[in-house]
Structure formats: structure tokens, C-alpha cells
Design a protein around this ligand. Sequence first.
Ligand SMILES: O=c1ccn([C@@H]2O[C@H](COP(=O)(O)OP(=O)(O)O[C@H]3O[C@H](CO)[C@@H](O)[C@H](O)[C@H]3O)[C@@H](O)[C@H]2O)c(=O)[nH]1
Length: 466
Amino acid sequence: MESEKVHVVLFPYMSKGHMIPMLQLARLLLSHSFARDISVTVFTTPLNRPFFADSLSGTKATIIALPFPKNVPEIPPGVECTDRLPAISSLHVPFTRATESMQPDFERELASLPRVSFMVSDGFLWWTLESALKLGFPRLVFLGMNCASPCILDSVFENQLLSKVKSETEAVAVPEFPWIKVRKCDFVEDMSDAKAATDPGFKLIIDQVTSMSKSQGIIFNTFDDLEPVFIDFYKRNRELKPWTLGPLCLAKNSLEDEGAETVKSVWMKWLDEKRDKGCNVLYVAFGSQAEISREKLEEIALGLEESKVNFLWVLKGNEIGKGFEERVGERGMVVRDEWVDQRKILEHESVRGFLSHCGWNSLMESICAEVPILAFPVAAEQPLNAMLAVEELRVAERVVAASDGVVRRGEVAEKVKELMEGEKGKELRRNVEAYSKMAKKALEEGVGSSWKNLDNLINEFCNNGT
Ligand SMILES: O=c1ccn([C@@H]2O[C@H](COP(=O)(O)OP(=O)(O)O[C@H]3O[C@H](CO)[C@@H](O)[C@H](O)[C@H]3O)[C@@H](O)[C@H]2O)c(=O)[nH]1
């Protein structure tokens, strides 16, 4: 067998929403037709290693665990992933800043590895660019996002679109995409308000953006037919070259392909029962770390109860009001603080709708599984993802919050019923089925746009890539 020629280093940020698509990228690289000539080394920390080993089982990827910095003020010991942080919104900055002290260990390990062809590292890990420059290989950035969100976000920041707007709901057109209107309430405070140059969160963003702009390209978890307007815009107006390689969730999972028999979880058995009785189920989940206030959660619960639909709700670190489960009985199942296989749930025949916080991975998985979405954005760039899914792709309907920012139970119930039983739901389902077909086509060997882009990327960054 020929010696391996292409060596790719991957370094995801320590957050499930970022690790998962990067691990899928590892799988995609290793299943590409160049695979025989590709080796992949993935970096993480000791406590994240088991998750990586599990996700990459059956592949020849190498995992290197670097010690996570100790004694970081505010970060409890033993926390190496953001989903274990007690309050992600306030601790994201010190947690991310602390990763910089991994740089010497990272560079020591890199120096001992076979020649690296290129590295893909998370945009949050700004300091990895310096390591790549020192060791003399290109760095591509990955954020796990689509292309539309950074295009719109850049415009909101650069033009200070929302800084003079008083009302939370006043709609302002985005100059580069005038048919898109943004509102203050669609952004968490950090994202719309101008910040002092000394603000630690602002300083972190500046470091990340600066490092990104000096990198050799950016990978988006999207495909050309999904958001052509934004991808073309990015190509024409940004120096950073975009590579659209998604949907990464379609990367082959060798264990699944071998049809490995796994023990069925209680929720999968519950879904089987619903399917056997001919019942449709709404899947409800808010990502790996969403923080939702008790009041908002209570309204969601009461809305689900009022809707009378069957639902499977995966809850993280939150409690819902007493008596809820008894009242909904057989109709609903609540899974608390367990890691579920969300892709499998979405692919289950009984699942016909997804009430989602609109994390980009969730939306891609839902589109690929042909499941229409009820968008309930919570934080980060999720409102922009929701906008893309509702207004551009028309695969989602969106809940509307009352003037106090809370989505009331009546609104939840009405939109859930419309999604699961109404005409609107049928229309969204037709659209999502069409995008799902395009998604699969994008990764088709030899002909798909994302497949070809990956091929070109390997050729561009590896002299011996052919
Ligand atoms: O029990 C669980 C919980 C989650 N997931 C998976 O975890 C990922 C969650 O990712 P995502 O839906 O994107 O949500 P977040 O975890 O909230 O992701 C963060 O990262 C995303 C990518 O950058 C952003 O789009 C989001 O706004 C940000 O909150 C998905 O692949 C899910 O399938 C599971 O498989 N099982």
C-alpha cells in the first residue's frame, strides 16, 4: 500500500455543537475517494476524549488529548466542555480565553507529528493560527455555521444597523440583502449593541475575527443549492475563501453502515410504539446547552399540553412544572439530561415535526431527515438560522413572542397544531423533502457540489493530493 500523503489536523472548540460537525468532517475526509492517502489527527482534551473515540470508532483517525488548563478563575474543576458550564452565557468568555494556555502543548505535539498538509481549527480557537504559522502549514477556519448568518451579522455590526433603533420589534432592512429585515429582539444583547473596546467579550471577538481574516479559508457546513445568494455574496465580497462541504451530518458513519445492533433506548421504543399505532410525533429539543428561563419553559410545556399532539421532549438541565407529565400521560415523553441520538430520532418514521432552538446542526439534521421545523430561536446566531429556514427556504414556521419576549402557551399550541396537522405543515413538508434530496445529491460521490469542493480543497492544499 502507498504511504499516506495527506495529513489533516482538526481542532474543534470544546462545545458539542462545534465538536459534532468537526467529527463529521473527519469522517467525511476518511470516506472520500482519496481516503486511502489521507490521515486525520484530531485534537481535544482528556474529558472530551471518550466522546471523540465513540464518534470516530471504526475509523483510522488519531485522537490527541491535550491537558485542559487548570485553576481557571470562574471555571469549575473538571469542566472541559461548555455544556458542563453552570452558566454558558456568562462563562463562555473566560472558558474560551483559557484555551490559549494549551498552545505550548499543542505546538509540542504538532512538531512530533508527520508533516501536516493543512489544519481546520475552530474560529473560537483564534490562537491556533499562530501555531500553524510557526509550523508552516495552512489553517482553515470552521465555525459549524451556515453562510447566511455571518453575512447578515457582518452587516449588522459594520453598519451599526440596530444601534439607533429604540423599539425591540422595529424592522430594519439589511443593505446588502434588502428583502431581509432584522429586529433588535432577534439578537442577544452582545450581538447588536456597540461594546467598549475594553469589554472582555468584545476583545475576544476581535481576536477571533482578526485570526480568521489571516487564515487561508473558511469551511461552511452547508451546500451550494441551500443558500446560493449568500455563498455567491461571500465569494465576491470576502477575502477569505469559502468552502461549502455540507451537510456534514450525512458523512458516513461506518458503524451504522454495518448495521451494528445496539440496545434500543426507552425513547426509541416509545417512538416505535407510536409508529405502530399510526401516531405522528413532534420532537422537541433545544440543543446541547440551551439556557431557557423557567417561565419560558413553563409556557412551552403548557402549549404542548394544549396542542394535544404526541411529543418527545429532550430537556437539558431544566425542570418543568409539577404534574405536567401526569397530565399529558401517554401522549408525551420527557427525556431528562440524557444524551440521545438526535439524528436517529429525526429519522424515525413517526417523527413528523421538530420544535427546535435552531442550532445549525439541528436544522441541517432536520432538513436531511425531511422533518419540517417550528423555529424557537433562543441565543447566538439562532434567530438568523430561523430567518433562513422560515423566509428563504420555507421549511419552517416560527413562533412569535409577546411584547415581554415570552412565547405564550396559546401561540405554542396553535403553531404546533398547524405544523403537525395543518395546511402550512404540509407545504413545509413538501419543501423540506425537496431540500433533503438536494442535500443528499450535494455529497454524491464524483458529482455532488460538496463532494467536488472537498476534492478541490484537498488538491489545493496538498501538493500530493492527486
Ligand atoms: O442529546 C443530544 C443533544 C444534542 N445532540 C446533537 O448535538 C448537536 C447540537 O447542535 P446544535 O443543534 O447546532 O445546537 P447547539 O448545541 O446549541 O450548538 C451551538 O453551535 C451551533 C453551531 O455553531 C450553533 O448554530 C448554535 O447556535 C450553538 O448554540 C446536534 O448535532 C444534535 O444532534 C444529540 O445528538 N443529542
